[in-house]
Design a protein around this ligand. Structure first.
Ligand code: ADP
Ligand code: MG
Length: 493
């Protein structure tokens, strides 16, 4: 009770004695990416539009502005129906660039949202609404877009700090550009979503996506009527205290894992920045809990830190579910611990407080045993041959002393102060996270079957202290059922 009270005083809400007791046994800490280790408010940094190189008139400045306006209006209309962080990034792009009035000109039907993948819908744009809007309203892109380079195959521009590339492609379907009222089938989402709708991706487009992903951006593809017309990259900032929390957990000998629905390259780039060595990427929201179950089946005690609705099953499945307070209400409901101040360092504090509380409980038990083991035999007359006998008042005094020592021992927890940032910085071994960040093991869940030798073995080894640094620099899971020890060595990509 004292422990949970002290935790509450330190802005950590622990729901009962059991989570407080489990926290110090945790061996693996799983961290959700978006909104947990990142701020969760991404902003669009790059737009790439693919245009037919044979249609010269599209590369006039006026045409490019019209195309970009239509593109932003279409994705803005679609994403205005979604709660995803990428959707919020697109909505704020609409706000600062073309303004929301454009969205009223778009009729949207058949909206489908696929968690962890993207969305699809049918859109109809009122004829010439964009030009009308542009002439009525000075918020059009004409004054704000700046063409910065025209390099033959690519025209680069800048729009309120967002890089916009118009890329000339061979046989690109540009029929969506034409202003008529035909409905357009729009898809917005990741590679898997495009694959499911059989949208082809040229090697050039794939390269472009990979480049953004490698820098840690979430990259979203946009297809109209079955062909890919553009790519939008959104960057989310890593929380400033995330790296320190991870170093502190690693210094305590815990294994830290990043779990995300995002692309493996993006996830890997974020993991590298933070010194996280293990990554489960491309995990559909419904599968997050099953990854935890798999770790638990290896007798590992697992904590999950998350913020979103998607994380609820995983928070409930974990031995210790930790929710960030500015996340969703359901996540807070599903979790055992709520970090009221949204400070990730409180994950370390919760584990630290748990260890101290359990140490106090053990000491209490020890003290009670000592009093009883010594007091009872003496009271029973064990030392009578030497003339030592315990009179009743001594027995009562010993009883009171026993209770008081237990009480004072417990209450001494009240003065507990969680480790400050400065203290953590002094105790953590940054070399550990630096080294781990250099060598990230990514498990692409979308390829579960293909890659059967997986990160699980390594997490288990590390969490159980059977495998420590130096980390094998070249670990590669081969296709098939190769046991971990016989894994073929090859560079990690
Ligand atoms: P995370 O686990 O990082 O929170 P999600 O499971 O929510 O990620 O989403 C995984 C991926 O699915 C995103 O990175 C994005 O590419 C795609 N996606 C999901 N919803 C949307 C949406 N509304 N708009 C665009 N892309 C989306
Ligand atoms: Mg999240």
């Amino acid at each position: 009770m004292v422990g949970t009270g002290v935790a509450a005083l330190n802005s950590i809400l622990i729901k009962g004695a059991e989570p407080l007791e489990i926290a110090h046994k945790v061996q693996v800490v799983i961290l959700d990416k978006t909104g947990t280790v990142t701020v969760g408010v991404p902003s669009v940094t790059q737009i790439s539009l693919f245009l037919d190189r044979n249609n010269n008139s599209t590369f006039e400045k006026e045409s490019l502005i019209e195309i970009l306006t239509k593109f932003i209006a279409l994705i803005g209309a679609a994403e205005s129906n979604s709660q995803h962080p990428v959707a919020r990034a697109v909505s704020s792009l609409v706000n600062v660039t073309i303004g929301n009035s454009y969205l009223q000109q778009v009729r949207l039907t058949q909206f489908v949202s696929a968690p962890g993948l993207g969305l699809s819908c049918s859109l109809q744009m009122e004829t010439n609404s964009l030009q009308q809007n542009d002439s009525q309203n000075d918020s059009g892109l004409t004054h704000s877009i700046k063409i910065i380079a025209n390099e033959g195959d690519k025209i680069s521009a800048n729009l309120f700090g967002v890089n916009v590339d118009f890329i000339k492609c061979q046989q690109q379907d540009s029929s969506w550009i034409i202003n008529d009222e035909r409905p357009l089938n729009l898809l917005v989402g990741n590679r898997e979503w495009m694959k499911q709708h059989m949208v082809p991706l040229t090697p050039e487009m794939d390269m472009l996506m990979k480049r953004s992903e490698d820098s840690g951006c979430t990259v979203v593809a946009i297809a109209i009527n079955g062909s890919l017309i553009g790519v939008v990259s959104a960057a989310d900032q890593v929380k400033e205290e995330a790296a320190l929390m991870i170093s502190a957990l690693l210094s305590r000998g815990l294994s830290v894992v990043l779990l995300t629905g995002d692309n493996s390259r993006t996830a890997k780039a974020v993991a590298r920045k933070l010194g996280i060595q293990f990554v489960f990427s491309e995990v559909l929201p419904g599968h997050k809990a099953s990854k935890i179950r798999e770790l638990q089946s290896r007798n590992l005690v697992v904590a999950m830190v998350g913020d979103g609705v998607n994380d609820c099953p995983a928070l409930a499945q974990a031995d210790l579910g930790i929710a960030i307070a500015n996340g969703s209400d359901v996540a807070m409901e599903a979790a055992d611990v709520v970090l009221v101040r949204n400070d990730l360092l409180d994950v370390v504090a919760a584990i630290d407080l748990s260890s101290r509380t359990v140490r106090k409980i053990r000491l209490n038990f020890f003290l009670a045993c000592v009093y009883n083991l010594i007091g009872i035999p003496i009271a029973a007359g064990l030392l009578l041959p030497w003339g030592i006998i315990l009179s009743p008042w001594m027995g009562s005094a010993a009883m009171a002393a026993s209770s008081l020592s237990v009480l004072f021992n417990s209450l001494s927890l009240k003065v507990y102060q969680k480790p400050t940032r400065k203290e953590l910085e002094q105790i953590v071994d940054h070399r550990v996270s630096e080294q781990r960040g250099r060598n990230v093991l990514v498990h692409k869940v979308s390829e579960d079957l293909e890659y059967s030798v997986d990160v699980f073995d390594w997490i288990e080894k590390q969490a159980k202290g059977r495998w420590s640094d130096p980390v094998p620099s070249k670990v590669h899971w081969t296709k098939g059922q190769t046991p971990c020890d016989k894994v073929e060595m090859a560079p990690l990509v």
